[in-house]
Design a protein around this ligand. Structure first.
Ligand SMILES: C[S@@+](CC[C@H](N)C(=O)[O-])C[C@H]1O[C@@H](n2cnc3c(N)ncnc32)[C@H](O)[C@@H]1O
Length: 258
């Protein structure tokens, strides 16, 4: 059965430019343009941003803004190249690898890599997430405070399990490291699971093929594959990593491939 198209609406019906832009997004990402929506979740284009709305208002609209909130705070005070995430991908004083973030999601980890100087290729297969990311990257380009960081980030809307060495060889920037953070099937909201991730999980589902994703990544990553996992989760594909870096709630399993 074909999946129904995800609805997208403009935030007002009195602004013809906004309506036109909403229609353009609908056609670009294969969403369904509507004047209004009674679905539990829908995308809404406002004059400021593209956002994901929960109809029952149990959560505020979800949108990505690299220049404010927790993402901005982490850029300024997050511990720089000393933070565990940076160590996991091999980012240090003298090394800025090209990183393929093959499960880009909300782009938070990717933005950390880019803000520490790495060039980052973001891959996302879910149209809703990719469209929110694309919107945030566009806004970021026009913000002088983060424009230089955004220049190091490039988004691809694709399924990373399909990646081959041949595809990557054609890219101008060839990744050294592949970073994976697939959705883990969380059942309830806990302090660890952010509201926005639960909403994402409801819409996108769990990434049940992440074992295959690890296999594909190990085939093509020249230096290492890094997998972010909840601290107690089993290894992806039951495959023992070369080593692990642990944090309080999650860990990074590092597979050295070179
Ligand atoms: C937990 S989120 C990643 C969060 C991200 N690390 C961040 O910092 O915002 C997982 C995302 O990976 C995407 N994803 C999972 N498997 C994928 C694949 N094979 N190719 C591309 N995207 C994938 C999902 O659609 C989802 O948006």
């Amino acid at each position: 059965m074909l999946k129904p198209m995800f609805p997208i609406i403009p935030s007002t019906l009195t602004d013809q430019t906004l309506i036109q832009q909403t229609r353009q997004l609908a056609s670009q990402w294969a969403f369904e343009y509507a004047a209004s929506s009674s679905e539990p979740f829908y995308l809404q284009l406002t004059p400021d941003q593209l956002q994901l709305v929960t109809a029952d208002q149990s959560a505020g609209p979800v949108y990505i803004d690299f220049a404010s909130g927790a993402i901005d705070h982490r850029r300024k005070f997050g511990g720089g190249k000393g933070q565990t995430l940076a160590k996991a991908v091999g980012l240090h004083k003298t090394c800025s690898p090209v990183i393929l973030d093959a499960t880009a999601g909300m782009g938070k980890d990717a933005f950390v890599f880019a803000s520490l100087g790495a060039r980052v290729i973001l891959m996302e297969r879910a149209a809703v997430a990719a469209a929110l990311l694309s919107d945030a990257l566009e806004r970021g380009q026009n913000n002088p405070e983060i424009a230089d960081i955004i220049k190091r980030m490039r988004l691809f809307y694709d399924d990373a399990t399909r990646l081959t060495e041949k595809t990557i060889k054609q890219w101008p920037d060839k990744p050294d490291v592949i970073y994976l953070d697939p959705m883990f099937p969380h059942r309830k909201k806990t302090a660890q699971v952010k509201k926005e991730m639960l909403i994402f999980q409801k819409i996108l589902g769990s990434d049940l093929d992440s074992d295959q994703l690890l296999a594909a990544a190990l085939n093509i990553a020249p230096k290492r594959v890094v997998v972010k996992r909840p601290i107690k989760a089993p290894y992806l594909n039951q495959q023992q990593p070369s080593y692990t870096l642990k944090m309080k709630k999650h860990r990074f399993d590092i597979y050295i491939t070179s």
